[in-house]
Design a protein. Structure first.
Length: 128
């Protein structure tokens, strides 16, 4: 009896050690994937912030140029023409800027999630 229980205990301990090693390896893989995702997220978020600053600079420059043109206007008709043209330009520019920001935001989400997704897929495949 002792031999049977001893063998079962030894097999259980061996299996537990193997499971522990697998859990540890999986944990390390997921941790590495999360670190990669955080690094990627940080880089892409910096790209996004830089783009927002560039857009703000472009919009400020455009507004200052518009004010400069208003000062040089000679008549009410000139003011109306300048305002209309500037409004149209602002709408077109804002649309393009929003597209750029949307594309960057999608890239941030995709590139951040991809390492996590791949790692989890590998872990789930190896666990199955």
């Amino acid at each position: 009896m002792q031999t049977i229980f001893g063998n079962l205990a030894e097999q259980g301990a061996t299996r537990a050690q193997a499971n522990f090693a697998q859990i540890k390896a999986t944990s390390e893989e997921i941790t590495a994937a999360l670190c990669d995702a955080c690094t990627t997220n940080s880089q892409r978020a910096a790209d996004y912030r830089t783009k927002v600053i560039e857009i703000s600079h472009a919009n400020t420059t455009s507004t200052l140029e518009f004010f400069s043109q208003l000062v040089d206007a000679r008549s009410f008709a000139d003011l109306v023409d300048l305002s209309t043209a500037h409004s149209r330009e602002i709408l077109e520019t804002a649309s393009a800027q929003n597209r750029e920001l949307w594309d960057l935001a999608q890239r941030v989400a995709t590139e951040t999630a991809e390492p996590i997704k791949q790692s989890l897929n590998r872990v789930l495949r190896s666990a199955a």
